[in-house]
Design a protein around this ligand. Structure first.
Ligand code: NAD
Length: 557
């Protein structure tokens, strides 16, 4: 909404209170920049304010793409794209959507990791909301300050575990902003309805507390009752102010993430992408990989490095999927094994284990290293979600390859610098047999004349479609069965052309089509489980497709 009046002492000079139509140029949802037509320039009072030549959207995209490519540094590209988004969202989204493989790594992982680290220095313009401990008792009032009448999709972080980078406090804002941009680019959720929020509860990152350009509260992270009460007030305020909103929890530390998900997932439509979105994309990758190995999901033995949100989330969804293939829950859990920072997760460690690991603490002799665990357990798939780079060593990959004709090796830790091994290492050490996927993108790699294209096990294939589906039918809850359906749908879209180059995900260029299919699958479940508020449309796919944002300019006159 344009500002309603000017502030400061301007009026004392005789300036009018109302901004002029030129405010259109400063509203990124309405601005067309040099694409305002001759008639619009006259009718809207823009004559003289723009350079004379009228450009088409296509020409603007070409110009912006050239500007991005001129910059050699990824962070500089991110800054350019952020400024473009703040200036003209239609152009920004058209550029991203037409160049999705080039732009997604710039607006999200891996560049967003660096952007968060530098967020204090590169901060230019308000976007989203910061709600801090100082606003306790008035969070609803703060949410009402959001200039859009409605928010339907909120991504919220408290900055405690940003990607694999740890506690970045208020600098974590890059994540909700980036995620919501992906919702729009990849699933067509209208940007008007999206609201990125950072809950600033302090930080335990000493370098930030002393940092010259740190933008957040300079105090230690709140814990315990103060934290819990703050979150409770926030959730209640969201329900009151934005009753139709879906709330996505993002990059919370794992002591809070599991709890907050459990406490809130039946109160309002809500999910945690690090747990559930990751689970679905990884499971889809395993199902895709089985098309190459020829195995069955129920017969796999999964070994995870890292027993946090991502790892146990994936295992939980595997358990649901294997149960659907006929295993009992206990049998399915027995097929998932974990190595955490202390070694193999086993029953004898139970007294010291966090609750989310207990289901997977099996009867087995303790071994301290990943290599020993691979040797003892002979897993068919190795999944890295530890945030610890270079932990899939040559020895580990060689052992996986000795035990399996086509070992599944997923190095999912983000950003690229945290990956458990690189694509090149996985292919080289396995003699080209590894079915490899990673969290951040790796380039294709040629070995002995064969081109291997690593899949990107990026949640981007899952959460935009899940969110779109849940919003379209106004789902009361976002359930695990929706994520399972999302994983199965994604896996079903992997084509022979993908498998031929070893890629267990569809090309990212198909992401909007993928999101639409997932949205339909999610909405079908909501209708089947009686969780949808909206009456079911005759043609679900057509209805959802018609709600997807398209980056085209409107005609003002
Ligand atoms: P988390 O903090 O909840 O869990 C990390 C786990 O790794 C903990 O169990 C910890 O004990 C374990 N760990 C730490 N050091 C270890 C070591 N040296 N050896 C073995 N285990 C060790 O974090 P998370 O949310 O589970 O995320 C973990 C990683 O997965 C991050 O790097 C994140 O970027 C990545 N991730 C990727 C995707 C994706 O690509 N789809 C999605 C979510 C998370």
């Amino acid at each position: 909404m344009p500002p309603t009046s000017y502030s400061t002492g301007l009026s004392a000079w005789g300036a009018p209170h109302q901004p002029r139509a030129a405010a259109l140029l400063n509203d990124p949802l309405l601005n067309k920049g040099t694409a305002f037509t001759e008639r619009e320039r006259d009718a809207l009072g823009l004559r003289g304010l723009l350079p004379p030549r009228v450009f088409t959207l296509e020409e603007q995209v070409g110009r912006s793409l050239a500007a991005v490519r001129r910059k050699s540094d990824a962070l500089e590209k991110y800054i350019y794209l952020t400024n473009l988004q703040n200036r003209n969202e239609t152009l920004f989204y058209r550029l991203v959507m037409e160049n999705v493989e080039e732009m997604v790594p710039l607006i999200y992982t891996p560049t967003v990791g660096q952007a968060c680290l530098e967020y204090g220095s590169i901060y230019r313009r308000a976007r989203g909301m910061f709600i801090t401990l100082r606003e306790r008792g008035r969070i609803a009032e703060i949410l009402r300050m959001w200039p859009h009448e409605q928010a339907r999709l909120i991504v919220v972080t408290d900055g405690e575990r940003i990607l694999g980078l740890g506690d970045l406090g208020a600098l974590g804002m890059g994540i909700p902003i980036g995620k919501l941009s992906l919702y729009t680019a990849c699933a067509g959720v209208h940007p008007y309805y999206t609201l990125p929020i950072t809950l600033d509860v302090g930080t335990d990152n000493a370098s930030l507390l002393d940092g010259e350009f740190y933008i957040g509260l300079r105090e230690k992270r709140a814990r315990g009752k103060v934290y819990d009460d703050f979150i409770e007030e926030f959730v209640t305020a969201v329900q009151t102010v934005f009753p139709k909103a879906l709330l996505q929890w993002e990059d919370f530390g794992n002591t809070n993430a599991f709890r907050l998900l459990q406490q809130n997932r039946r109160r309002l439509p809500s999910f945690n992408d690090d747990i559930q979105g990751t689970a679905a994309v990884a499971l889809a990758g395993v199902i895709g990989g089985l098309q190459l190995t020829g195995g069955k999901l129920r017969d796999q033995r999964l070994l995870f490095l890292g027993a946090g949100e991502a790892g146990t989330g994936i295992a939980d969804l595997y358990v649901a999927a294997a149960q659907a293939e006929g295993l009992t829950e206990a049998e399915a859990r027995q097929r998932c094994w974990f190595v955490d920072s202390k070694g193999l997760v086993v029953k004898s460690r139970a007294a010291q284990l966090a609750e989310h690991k207990l289901h997977y603490a099996h009867d087995h002799e303790f071994v301290a290293t990943l290599a020993e665990a691979v040797k003892a357990l002979r897993p068919t798939a190795l999944i890295g979600v530890s945030g610890m780079p270079q932990t899939f060593t040559r020895e580990v990959v060689e052992m996986m390859s000795a035990n399996n004709p086509r070992p599944i090796i997923f190095a999912l830790s983000n950003p690229t610098s945290k990956a458990e091994c690189t694509a090149e290492q996985a292919y080289t050490w396995s003699g080209g047999r590894a079915i490899f996927a990673s969290g951040s993108p790796f380039p294709a790699f040629e070995l002995n004349g064969r081109r291997h294209v690593p899949g990107q096990g990026n949640n981007i294939y899952i959460f935009p479609g899940v969110g779109l589906g849940a919003l379209a039918c106004e789902a009361r809850e976002v359930t695990d069965s929706m994520f399972l359906a999302a994983a199965q749908t994604l896996a079903s879209l992997v084509g022979q052309e993908d498998l031929a180059i070893g890629r267990v995900y569809p090309s990212l260029t198909r992401v909007r089509e993928v999101s639409l299919h997932i949205a339909v699958a999610v909405a079908k479940i909501a209708y089947a489980e009686g969780l949808a508020h909206r009456p079911r449309p005759v043609d679900l796919k057509e209805d959802i497709a018609s709600r997807m944002f398209q980056p085209v300019y409107r005609d003002y006159v």
